[in-house]
Design a protein around this ligand. Sequence first.
Ligand code: ADP
Ligand code: MG
Length: 252
Amino acid sequence: MTAATAPGSAPGPARPIAAGGLPILEMVGVRAGYGPIEVLHGVDLAVPQGSLVALLGPNGGGKTTTLRVCSGLLRVNSGELRVAGRTVNGISAHELARLGICTVPEGRGIFPNLTVRENLWLATGTGVSREQVESMSFDRFPRLGERRNQLAGTMSGGEQQMLAIARALSTQPVVLILDELSMGLAPLVVTALYEAVAELAQSGISVLVAEQFAQTVLPIAQSAAIMLHGRVVRVGAPAEIEEELASAYLGG
Ligand SMILES: Nc1ncnc2c1ncn2[C@@H]1O[C@H](COP(=O)(O)OP(=O)(O)O)[C@@H](O)[C@H]1O
Ligand SMILES: [Mg+2]
């Protein structure tokens, strides 16, 4: 793995850079599960540096479990998890976060009884100041600035998701992992959030996003994977995958 810290970035550990076309994040034949129950039966998935990959498929297929492996919350039983070509099996979630692999979990992981600003301040562990975190977040999402002193739990679902993304970005991630951004949100809100995510990908952040509802994320993805019964059964360009999804959902 080649490691480097971008000029002007926050002090902290060296961030991985994938050289020679290696994926920034990769799973090779990964088996994992909960206790004795195996849920992932040999998952292959690659996130090329700077690209946005959509992980699609019906409920229960193993998308969240896959993301939990990618963020170090769930152990790899066999196969390999790689960051920029280096095998990192057994790495802790904390270490992965220090490498710049940052996850917005299903349910967003924000603290409802803290204000917007207080939630953002939780991201200052990586060396950025409270002022920097606030200005980065409020520049990107002016709505959060307007609501900076509001308790997070009293905001709309879309605003809470914005907050979760803003907080993740404050850690200056190399890879941003998003789980079911659309959960419980109105379609227009989801579209606006994905526009923001597309901008992040254009700015060079690699993104892996799991979605049960493909229509919202396919237009901004560079590639997509269909996950069924704990396996990635198909990877391709968004247009090709869109055609195949109907049959996947119907169990074909
Ligand atoms: N904490 C858990 N303990 C045991 N089984 C789980 C747990 N979480 C998920 N599963 C099982 O793993 C399978 C895949 O679930 P999940 O990864 O959440 O899929 P998806 O995100 O695609 O809906 C399901 O059969 C689910 O019941
Ligand atoms: Mg899920």
